[in-house]
Design a protein around this ligand. Structure first.
Ligand SMILES: *[C@@H]1O[C@H](CO)[C@@H](O)[C@H](O)[C@H]1NC(C)=O
Ligand SMILES: *[C@@H]1O[C@H](CO)[C@@H](O)[C@H](O)[C@H]1NC(C)=O
Ligand SMILES: *[C@@H]1O[C@H](CO)[C@@H](O)[C@H](O)[C@H]1NC(C)=O
Length: 485
């Protein structure tokens, strides 16, 4: 026993020294493929190429010296309905439930690690409730985190147990009804005399989720602050009020030793980037550590105006919903081109994480999700089906997550000349990855990295290739220091 331990330790040491000395030459690439015809779904490639010396310009060029955004995570929203579907499976078939968790949240599966969770009811809850429904309780002495269903907390705890690196981002679909002008969770807006007390409700929500031993990373002020819909929980809050609420919440979080909790602003469509997010962050530049976008209006290119003005404030894509019945491969291409590859995005998220059915809103009287908002997975008590949202995300999340799940990478420069291709590359410690969307026919391409080249025939579909390398910029710096010393 002793002997074999020492022996393997010795080889691990030798292997790591060799990989440090020889960053690229002869490196083997591993990869996964999802083909457009779905005959391969996250299947390991068998014809793995490797980098060798090459000359001339390659079809796909990776430049790891141009470094872009730090990734924060991919995932979806754990609504009450999603947690209920998962909890029903847990009760009916614990082994299938555990497989669903592993396939979703570990690096052998989709490597998802970011969940958005409503504070109180959303349109995917079965009834209207907030975490303090006692009218006039502006000090929130009756705040009760357990007003949310027990299965929401148990499902989140089960996910945290399989992925200790998961992060949870909480946000309300509406303030408590009694804080609003129409005295209902369904539509309306926050009363102006409640602006000073409302941040305390959000602080209590952060503290409440933390008291359930859940890894809370971020809080948003309001889901879709420009949407007032009388059929489900929603609320309008203008940009200047959101800035005021965020400044006050920031100081409450700080004075309660919650400096690590990020406040993420906006949470609405691309089309009002200039009219809402820019003035909002201008009003409270130190309160927001990110702004979140949904895909339901405008074009992703409109967010470039935000990044140009606030290059140090990360952009989160937090919501988009697939429509029940839509085409699988058309959807995969759209998600990759508009969401997962978006230039500055730190997160990639869909709406419902899991749905037991066609994704119709379970909220009584709700008109949201007319034709059904497909879950990333369809989870009944007897079957689990992963949908196009899951597969397309997995190709990216696996690319920017270290194999042990503990580290997330940064996007680095990658380019391709063929317009039927879209390529995105990441560096995660010594792991380098390239995600390739091929929307044309099967095509052989050369790939260049640190002066070496590899060749691979990309099928129509999504391919993720990964290999071990090292940051040459860092090594050059070390050498310079040694020479100077
Ligand atoms: C909080 O709500 C839960 C669920 O409704 C209930 O069981 C519990 O008694 C409540 N706690 C308090 C302090 O009211
Ligand atoms: C990313 O930026 C490039 C160069 O400005 C632009 O051509 C491309 O459309 C952008 N893509 C997305 C998804 O924002
Ligand atoms: C590589 O190292 C340089 C110098 O330390 C640093 O600026 C750069 O961000 C690193 N690259 C990545 C992908 O982390």
């Amino acid at each position: 026993m002793m002997f074999s331990n020492e022996f393997s330790l010795f080889f691990a040491l030798v292997a790591s020294i060799i990989s440090w000395i020889q960053p690229v030459h002869g490196q083997t690439i591993s990869g996964i493929v999802t083909s457009s015809d779905q005959s391969q779904l996250l299947e390991a490639i068998t014809d793995a190429p490797s980098f060798a010396s090459g000359s001339g310009s390659a079809d796909i060029a990776i430049d790891e010296t141009t470094v872009y955004q730090q990734m924060v995570g991919f995932g979806g929203s754990m609504t009450d309905s999603a947690a209920l579907a998962m909890n029903n499976l847990k009760n009916a078939d614990p082994a299938a439930y555990n497989k669903l968790l592993k396939d979703s949240f570990t690096t052998e599966g989709a490597a998802l690690n970011y969940l958005r969770v409503p504070i109180g009811a959303s349109d995917f809850s079965s009834s209207s409730y907030s975490l303090d429904d006692i009218s006039g309780d502006t000090s929130f002495t009756s705040f009760n985190i357990s007003s949310a269903p027990a299965y929401l907390f148990s499902t989140l705890a089960d996910i945290y147990a399989v992925n200790p690196n998961v992060k949870i981002h909480i946000l309300p679909w509406s303030p408590p009804a009694w804080m609003k002008d129409g005295n209902t969770m369904n539509g309306g807006s926050l009363k102006s005399d409640m602006v000073s007390s409302y941040p305390t409700y959000l602080l209590k929500a952060v503290q409440g989720f933390k008291a359930k031993n859940l890894p809370i990373a971020a809080v948003s002020i309001q889901n879709e602050p420009q949407n007032s819909n009388p059929t489900y929980p929603s609320c309008t809050i203008d940009a200047s009020t959101q800035a005021t609420l965020a400044k006050s919440l920031r100081s409450l979080l700080n004075s309660n030793s919650l400096t690590d909790i990020k406040i993420i602003g906006y949470e609405h469509n691309w089309d009002d980037t200039s009219s809402y997010t820019i003035p909002m962050v201008d009003d409270a530049p130190n309160a927001f550590e990110g702004v979140a976008f949904h895909c339901y209006g405008g074009q992703v290119s409109e967010t470039a105006a935000f990044s140009a003005q606030f290059p140090n404030i990360p952009m989160y894509q937090t919501e988009c919903a697939g429509t029940t019945g839509s085409d699988w491969w058309t959807d995969v291409q759209w998600y990759v081109n508009n969401l997962w590859s978006a230039n500055n995005t730190a997160t990639g998220m869909m709406w419902i994480f899991a749905s037991a059915d066609n994704g119709k809103s379970p909220y009584p009287g709700s008109n949201s999700c007319g034709d059904g908002c497909r879950g990333m997975s369809t989870v009944t008590t007897s079957t689990v089906t992963f949908n196009q949202e899951y597969y397309s995300m997995a190709h990216f999340a696996r690319a920017f997550t270290s194999d042990d799940g503990s580290t997330l990478g940064k996007r680095i420069q990658a380019s391709v000349s063929d317009s039927t291709f879209n390529v995105v590359a990441y560096a995660t410690g010594d792991k380098y990855s390239l995600v390739v969307l091929n929307s044309g026919g099967s095509s052989q391409k050369s790939i260049s990295f640190q002066g070496k080249q590899a060749t691979f025939t990309f099928p129509t579909g999504l391919t993720t290739l990964s290999w071990t390398g090292s940051n040459t910029s860092t090594k050059r710096m070390i050498k310079k220091r040694r020479i100077g010393a």
